[in-house]
Design a protein around this ligand. Structure first.
Ligand SMILES: Cc1cc2nc3c(=O)[nH]c(=O)nc-3n(C[C@H](O)[C@H](O)[C@H](O)COP(=O)(O)OP(=O)(O)OC[C@H]3O[C@@H](n4cnc5c(N)ncnc54)[C@H](O)[C@@H]3O)c2cc1C
Length: 420
């Protein structure tokens, strides 16, 4: 079957669906194709991760009507406590403490399980008659012609649009099809993810322990009702994001529950009383990549297809949503004055806006990971001193808090909380 629309998006992940909703609310006809059917994407075992949503992201979700679906599942982050430690050793006397009250905010962002974000996005998408989600259907070919770009889908359909957007994640088959090269390397680390139950309440505190093998984060979650995901029935729950050396990580993944919990306790201590992992574990090999260009005629990259960053500060999804919000501004502005939304002149505005921010954020996260994921004495001394200085210096602390909240640089309309 052949059809026409304004924008075809390859990838109905969290970035692709948000972009689709924003463009559809702006009046465009949008098709989203994904090889994973909705029922599989919403299964509790599909993706055990949470995302720390910056407040610019929350404003965007409010503007799109997605936030009411997420709010009941969103845990506000009241404080962030950062320490430098050795495995089995005492933590450094210097630590960093970020308190939301210091910048007059009620929270430093919200922790939401990805499955709840996906559920909220699908719920809003289904209310929009000009947004069509096609799955299972991978996008297998792209052909650019003078008046449009034609996407071939694995279900045999062909969709012609004015613009095709790749929101198809890190491997990005669409980026490959369009021949956009990337700069890439591996961190030789895995991110191990699990939900942990603990004796004491977390009180909205997020902990990040920098260990020589990488950051070990415990992020506060809302209590789970017993009808929720298997093994996640506890009132005091947090999400573990444990960065481990890629040689050791597969061994950790194979441990039985008792041994796995003992390894967690060795790294986290007893801040929250007895802590144990509940339910399944997930692992993600950690890699860096940045696309050398974000656009071609009638084609744009957004989210992880454009940049894959280290999860050390939980910024990957927030960065991807800024792409979606900026692309929405550029495309809707062009459409409203009758310009061709797929033309390079229009798309280059998006590239100029997003490439520098993506470059600086990607390399900042890369540098942070290199600075902290080692046990070299002079570097340890320098970073502990740096943490001590930032902790003692209010303006520096407030700068980092605003930065993490996403309120930096030129903000797209949706991230200011305005309509698309
Ligand atoms: C351990 C870990 C913890 C993280 N924590 C945070 C955090 O706290 N905060 C934060 O902001 N970010 C975090 N991130 C990053 C965040 O998870 C990603 O940036 C985000 O999920 C990327 O979303 P996306 O929609 O761009 O890509 P994806 O989620 O990868 O979605 C891509 C979609 O494209 C589809 N697809 C693939 N091939 C095709 C094709 N040929 N045609 C059509 N569709 C296709 C896939 O099925 C999928 O649905 C973390 C990452 C990791 C690894």
């Amino acid at each position: 079957m052949s059809s026409r629309c304004d924008v075809i998006i390859g990838g109905g992940g969290m970035v692709g669906m948000t972009l689709a909703i924003a463009l559809a609310k702006g009046g465009l006809d949008v098709v989203v194709a994904d090889p994973v059917p909705k029922s599989a994407a919403l299964d509790a075992r599909f993706d055990g991760r949470v995302c720390a949503l910056a407040y610019a992201t929350v404003r965007m979700f409010e503007a799109l009507g997605v936030w009411p679906h997420l709010e009941p599942h969103a845990q506000p982050i009241k404080d962030i406590l950062v320490t430098d430690a050795k495995l089995g050793g005492t933590p450094s006397p210097f630590s960093l403490h970020f308190d939301a009250g210091e910048i007059g905010a009620r929270s430093l962002g919200h922790i939401v399980e990805n499955r709840h974000t996906r559920t909220g996005l699908f719920a809003v998408a289904e209310t929009l008659p000009n947004l069509h989600f096609v799955a299972p259907a991978a996008l297998t070919n792209l052909e650019t012609a003078a008046g449009g770009i034609t996407a071939t889908l694995s279900n045999g359909d062909a969709v012609t649009a004015q613009l095709a957007v790749a929101a198809d994640g890190r491997p990005s088959p669409m980026r490959e099809l369009m021949g956009i090269p990337i700069v890439a390397w591996s961190y030789d680390q895995w991110g191990i993810v699990a939900t942990v139950e603990h004796e004491k309440p977390h009180n909205g505190v997020a902990y990040e322990h920098f260990l020589p093998s990488g950051p070990f984060a415990i992020l506060p979650m809302t209590p789970a009702a017993s009808s929720e995901a298997v093994g996640q029935e506890h009132a005091n729950r947090s999400s573990l994001v444990w960065t481990e050396d890629e040689k050791l990580a597969p061994e950790m993944m194979k441990l039985d529950d008792d041994a796995f919990n003992a390894e967690i306790a060795r790294r986290f201590g007893d801040h929250l009383g007895a802590t144990k992992s509940a339910g399944p574990r997930w692992s993600h090999p950690l890699k860096f990549h940045l696309a050398r260009g974000f656009v071609k005629p009638r084609f744009a990259l957004a989210g992880d297809s454009a940049h894959g960053i280290h999860p050390i500060a939980g910024q990957g999804f927030n960065l991807g949503l800024k792409d979606a919000a900026a692309l929405t501004d550029v495309v809707l502005d062009a459409a409203r004055v009758g310009l061709d939304i797929g033309s390079l002149t229009v798309l280059e505005k998006y590239e100029r806006w997003r490439r520098f921010d993506s470059f600086t954020m990607s390399f900042a996260m890369d540098g942070l990971n290199r600075l902290f994921s080692n046990d070299i004495a002079p570097i340890r001394f320098a970073r502990d001193l740096g943490m001590g200085i930032v902790d003692a210096f209010g303006p520096a602390r407030r700068f980092f808090m605003r930065h993490a909240g996403g309120d930096i640089g030129k903000l797209p309309r949706l991230m200011k909380g305005e309509a698309a």
